[in-house]
Design a binder for this molecule. Sequence first.
Ligand code: ADP
Ligand code: MG
Length: 531
Amino acid sequence: MKYMASLETFKSLSPAEFFYRNREIAGFSNPSRALYQAVRELVENALDATETHGILPIIRVYIDRTSNPMHYVVSVEDNGIGVPPQFVPKAFGQVLFSSKYKLRQTRGMFGLGAKMAILYGQLTTGRPVEIITSPVKSKRVYFFKLMIDIKNNRPIVLEKASWSKKKEWHGTIVTIALEGDWGRAKSRIIEYIKRVALVTPYAEILFKGPDNSYFYYPRVTTKLPRPPREVLPHPYGVDLEAFKMLIASTQESRLEDFLVKSFQGVGKRTAQDLLRKIGLPLDKSPKKLSLDEIKVLVEEMKKYERFKPPRADPLSPIGAELIVLGLKQILQPEFVTAITRKPAVYEGHPFIVEVGLAYGGAIESSNEPILYRYANKIPLLYDEKSDVLWKIVNELDWRQYNVSFPAPLAVLIHICSTKIPYKGVGKESIADVPEIEREVRNALREVARKLRSYIQKKQKVEETYRKLTTFVKYLPEVALSLEILSINPETKEKHVDREQLIDKLLKVLSKKISEVKVSRDLINKVIVSIE
Ligand code: ADP
Ligand code: MG
């Protein structure tokens, strides 16, 4: 057999060029999806810049038309911490540059979102991004116009300016022109904003679309979830490479101190115990460890059982109270309940599962539960069926909980973690992780049980009401017949008085009623309704 004898040529790609070529994996696959994704990335940055730092968010989202019917301008404004001017070019012009590569729960985690929207805008409209920002405590406002040098993954600053602040303001406004399809993206974008508002009742959110559609979600509480706190890595969550990076950045000269200072959950005594077990000197310099020693250390750390479990400090759950508030406000159900589970761990990463249930009221009946998925407070709208959460909700035998479909049932599931196991960088669906699955299942059962007792009670009340209605309907007639029967034909004397009998029977009824906790008003209501 003959081979073609030509030689392959080789080259490397900058991260910007890689994501430019593969933008669909970050959610920028077509104009409709790109418009949705751009709104999403900017809103998520706005929320990270506010809520994560203890600021009650005020967020405004505008989408405007341009003279080109295919092009739109998306602008998102927040009252967040702002971006220091020296970091603006890289934060918005260099792919994989972020302030969120930390062990702390944030919506952003890849250092990609804003840049993908900017990149997409740049390649579809040729226009630069505009950023206006003023950091907290800064006396100035900064303006930048920039593009991304895709080949070299570098920002190109086209214009910059700054002026002193006239009024007290801190925050950021990001404006991007991009090709979009509002007609197709509209319903998703509006649903997205609604779902954001649902879990952020402490935020004020305004949305204005290009067709003058207008949504305003006022702040309904000033209670903010506890902001996440940055933590050190846990020994269970660190692999060989991560361990090497920790060694490279440590100032400690003794192995024992290095372990205590670089990890959470490791005290002096556990560090000593572990090192003795492995047979490594406590005072060996971490930088002098051989690769084999590091391998053993990492393996043994994963097996060691006496570390404290990973802390929940870096997490910021929504909290059952706010979930209930949000569900009430947005869905107006007749019944609502929610729980926040205790922190759990997978592969050394802490996570918390929260589940809310809303039933009846303004919720429309459908053939399966309406599912509201959230990860680190981000609503997930696409790829629902490939998400493990969808699978769990639909595998539950709802009949066991007195729900038979079609039913007006909405389920909200929130997972927060320092590492959400997304299936892709577009952050749309969650992969199967047994520990997470188990937690979600338990949480779901817990709230479903509460729903069951509510539905049971409601059914009992309805049943009683039905029985009562029948009984009370015939009561006056029965009483009259008894009165007639009791008349002595000779003396014409009555042994039974109709009115008295009605009173007596009502008393008996009341007793029965109180057993099932139905108020006395009910009987009066029934009498009035049949008269
Ligand atoms: P990520 O959010 O994953 O970090 P982005 O590309 O979306 O990646 O944003 C890059 C960085 O720019 C963020 O880490 C943050 O430091 C900064 N940033 C972006 N938008 C804002 C904003 N609205 N307010 C403050 N900082 C922002
Ligand atoms: Mg982001």
